[in-house]
Design a protein around this ligand. Structure first.
Ligand code: ZN
Ligand code: ZN
Length: 318
């Protein structure tokens, strides 16, 4: 089969490799769609903590089970099922976690081998090109759960890239009011129709119940904390990549105004099932997020723009 393999950092090449074979409790999936994530572009450019090379990347996967003939999306993990996080429904934090597309081969290939337990059936006639966004949307759902977002709350999101926009959609689906802050005007311009359709407003001079960063600058944390109402919650969705110091006076705001800071990393199967439901409800709007459908061979061409955060969602259509 054809596959795109990351041989070393910076070198993603098409290869002809043997078909994967399903082991015990595994399924081979014929990949129909795989979305390109900014993490894929970053691992191509600079690597990733959880990456083992050589590797076929791609963790936003949709396909047809060779076993059942049914369409499914993939929860991109292989969890142990017995550790404390697994037993308490936080399998995204499994102590033995192996991530598909990082530790194991992913969806930039005609076929992928996945654990049976990672398959989630696609409801009804939801197109695969939309369902394939279940994983990134589920990560957004996780962030809102970690931040205990309630209906009618005002939620400020830093960053209007694909993930920031999916966060805004998840806020809307959960009955909250999304606000977006984006420093690059060209990004606001190209996402105007999507933002209008989901009612995501520009950041106003007011206090928010929840703030989430979908951008890696420490400034988002420093400014975001000052915008929280008393009892407000900040969710660190994106890791911070600069070493800017957080002033103690800001941390004291946590004390004086009883703020809370939580983190969110990845998603659970249950959150992916919720995400599939949201995608079904918002399928027309989600179309606006899809910038291009490309063949597998074109992935290396789009990676620079994805890495620079300029692109909306690009989907490999097999
Ligand atoms: Zn992703
Ligand atoms: Zn586990």
């Amino acid at each position: 089969m054809k596959a795109l393999r990351l041989e070393k950092i910076g070198k993603l090449a098409m290869a002809e490799i043997p078909l994967p074979r399903a082991g015990k409790d595994e399924t081979v999936l014929k990949v129909t769609h795989c979305a390109v994530c900014r993490t894929d572009a970053k691992m191509w450019r600079i690597g990733h903590r959880d990456l083992l090379l050589p590797r076929i990347p791609g963790h936003e996967i949709c396909g047809i089970s060779e076993k059942t003939g049914r369409r499914a999306v993939v929860w991109p993990g292989r969890s142990c099922g017995c550790c404390e996080p697994c037993r308490t429904g936080a399998e995204n934090l499994c102590r033995e976690m192996r991530i598909i597309g990082f530790h194991e081969d992913g969806g930039f290939a005609e076929y992928v081998r996945v654990p049976d337990s990672s398959l989630l059936e696609i409801p009804g006639d939801l197109p695969g090109s939309i369902a394939v966004l279940a994983e990134p949307l589920a990560c957004a759902v996780n962030a809102l759960q970690q931040a205990d977002m309630a209906p009618d709350e005002n939620v400020l999101i830093y960053g209007a890239g694909p993930v920031g926009l999916l966060l805004a959609m998840a806020v809307k689906a959960g009955g909250g009011r999304p606000f977006l802050k984006e420093i690059r005007p060209e990004k606001l311009q190209r996402t105007e129709s999507f933002r209008r359709r989901i009612g995501a407003l520009p950041c106003e001079q007011k206090r928010y119940d929840v703030v989430i960063n979908a951008a890696p600058s420490t400034e988002t944390f420093i400014e975001g904390m000052t915008r929280l109402d008393f009892g407000g919650r900040f969710c660190l969705f994106s890791g911070l990549t600069d070493d800017r110091r957080v002033p103690a006076a800001l941390l004291n705001e946590i004390h004086y105004r009883q703020l809370r800071v939580s983190g969110a990393y990845g998603c659970t199967r249950a959150q992916m099932t919720s995400a599939l439901g949201i995608l079904d409800d918002f399928r027309d709007v989600v179309e606006l997020l899809i910038e291009a459908r490309i063949p597998l061979a074109s992935v290396p061409v789009v990676l620079p723009a994805v890495a620079d955060g300029l692109a909306l969602k690009t989907i490999v259509d097999f």
